[in-house]
Ligand binder design. Structure first.
Ligand code: FAD
Length: 504
């Protein structure tokens, strides 16, 4: 039916969620010659959050699919490469050494007989070697300050999977420039009133005109301006399991002589953890903490003391975070993408991934103006799965800690009580390896069994495996892992060399 065709979509909000969604939908509709207008309304007065600066590796596929040139994107956003996250202090120190482990993006798929993880657990674990160091290439690369690129790597390819550290404000600006050039209508205006009929938005009234549309996408950040206008009782809090609900973000100049690292650092403090993200021109840092246990002033002081008194601070920002998700991501003709839909603390840098997922699912679900309830429910269900999976994965980082030095860490050990499915799995993973089939529900998650094993074994949550081993076979296997690592170091560039190509 011709009159059931969608003619216009209005996105409100010009942060990364707004511009990524606008760009994705516009790209798709133009390519497929669909006559659907994509408009983005953003307030020049309100501004964006502008703190999401690390990504997961799959975001490369979004940028590539949008036809963006990787070099141009990275050079305009002060970006560096990221091959994973170094976690520090998430367990008690051992023999006076700070506990640390690395979570790479790499998927390790080799082994002969037993898989590599099982082989490592059976033969290498007792040597005191870190799991990631024994099994993956990325850990070897960062030891040599190498990034993911070889001298001949083309855009979006590297020797190991990688994401980015990227200036969030400049990313939004870059995406805006590209989206507008590709035909997205951009309106600078502040929404003052939302006119609704039952659960449908008829129009939005702004200081720069009134806009009607078939669909409205809420990308207004934590305030969820549109979705809250068409729904009530539409929030599930995750704060019982994940109590870090505040952050203080501090930008600082580079300590002298320090070069940008090709990984994010996540160091646990007294009541949460600190991120350190190296851009070309500065370091972005922030303390994500439990606001019920620490005041803003205490958190800022603890962060600055951690960073060192010699640091030159550029900017400090205190942020209230709402930790949880919508019960319904789609209500009437309004759909949420980005922070307005939900947020889980940024320990695994998943904000942009969830936006990417939201935009992709939108394109398959937005088939006509008047969709049946089942379609709305399908969209919500898929997004809920993604948030639930992510919640489980983030809780895993906390609940297997042995830290008990503050009440925060004692409570962290009990956080699994709010994740019954994880509790059941942890009981099993004491006796068997964590494998793909254990996580079958993770259809929209970006974390699979490989990722779980890096956290479990990085945190020394090992299964008891009483199996015989063939020593010679194990030696051959781990010699081949070592050889691959050495080869990767030989072929890859130092991170600094790759950055010089981008930024000089
Ligand atoms: P915002 O950036 O808040 O944008 C909201 C937009 O809505 C703005 O353009 C504003 O002008 C507009 N708006 C609001 N009200 C009105 C109105 N009345 N009229 C018109 N326009 C309006 N994600 C990652 O991927 N990696 C990370 O490392 C990471 N770290 C994070 C750290 C912290 C502490 C936090 C809180 C988040 C982090 N995130 C991270 C998440 C990431 O910041 C967000 O996913 C991302 O910024 C998208 O935000 P947004 O576009 O939904 O909202």
């Amino acid at each position: 039916m011709e009159n059931n065709k969608t003619k216009s979509i209005t996105i409100v909000g010009g942060g990364s969620s707004g511009w990524m969604t606008a760009m994705y939908l516009n790209h798709l509709y133009r390519k497929e010659k669909q006559n659907i207008k994509v408009r983005l309304v953003e307030s020049a007065d309100i501004g964006i959050l502008g703190v999401g600066e690390a990504t997961v590796h799959s975001i490369r596929f979004f940028f590539a699919a949008m036809g963006l040139d990787e070099q141009e994107l990275l050079s305009e956003t002060q970006a560096t490469y990221k091959t994973g996250i170094m976690f520090r202090n998430w367990m008690k120190p051992q023999q006076d050494k700070v506990h640390e482990y690395f979570h790479p993006f790499e998927q390790i798929k080799f082994g002969n007989g037993f898989d590599l993880s099982t082989s490592w657990l059976l033969s290498q674990k007792l040597s005191g070697q870190r799991y990631d160091e024994g099994t993956c290439i990325s850990s070897e690369l960062i030891k040599h300050q190498h990034g993911p690129k070889t001298a001949n790597s083309k855009g979006y390819t590297g020797i190991v999977p990688y994401g980015y550290h990227i200036d969030a404000n400049q990313l939004a600006r870059f995406l805006r420039k590209k989206a507008v050039a590709a035909g997205v209508e951009h309106i600078e205006a502040t929404v003052e009133k939302i006119n609704t009929n039952n659960q449908n938005i008829i129009s939005i009234e702004t200081d720069n005109g009134v806009f009607e549309s078939d669909y409205f996408i809420d990308c207004t950040g934590f305030k969820g301006l549109l979705i809250n206008a068409v729904s009530e009782d539409n929030w599930v809090s995750y704060e019982d399991a994940l109590p870090c609900n505040k952050a203080v973000a501090v930008q600082r100049k580079y300590p002298a002589e320090q070069q940008p690292k090709p990984y994010t650092e996540a160091t646990a403090l007294s009541n949460g953890w600190v991120w350190q993200i190296d851009l070309i021109n500065r370091q972005g840092t922030g303390y994500v903490y439990d606001g019920n246990r620490l005041s803003k002033e205490e958190a800022e002081a603890e962060l600055k003391s951690f960073l060192g008194s010699e640091s030159e601070f550029i900017k400090t920002l205190h942020i209230d975070m709402q930790i949880g998700r919508r019960k319904r991501f789609w209500v009437g003709n309004c759909i949420t993408v980005g922070l307005s839909g939900g947020f889980i603390e940024p320990l695994e840098s998943t904000g942009l991934h969830l936006i990417n997922l939201g935009a992709r699912l939108l394109s398959t679900h937005l088939t006509q103006v008047s969709v049946p309830d089942a379609i709305q429910e399908s969209y919500s269900e898929l997004m809920i799965n993604a948030y639930e999976d992510l919640k489980q994965f983030i809780v895993l980082h906390y609940c297997i800690t042995d830290r008990d030095d503050t009440e925060f860490w004692q409570a962290a050990q009990r956080s699994v009580e709010h994740c019954p499915a994880l509790k059941r799995k942890l009981a099993i993973w004491k006796y068997k390896i964590c494998e793909y089939a254990d996580l079958q529900t993770a259809s929209t998650s970006c974390f699979n069994d490989e990722n779980y094993r890096f956290i479990l074994y990085g945190m020394q949550y090992y299964p008891e495996l009483h199996l015989d081993i063939d020593k010679a076979q194990m030696e051959t296997l781990f010699d081949s892992v070592k050889a691959r690592c050495q080869q990767a170091v030989q072929y890859s560039e130092t991170h600094q060399d790759s950055l010089d190509k981008l930024h000089n």
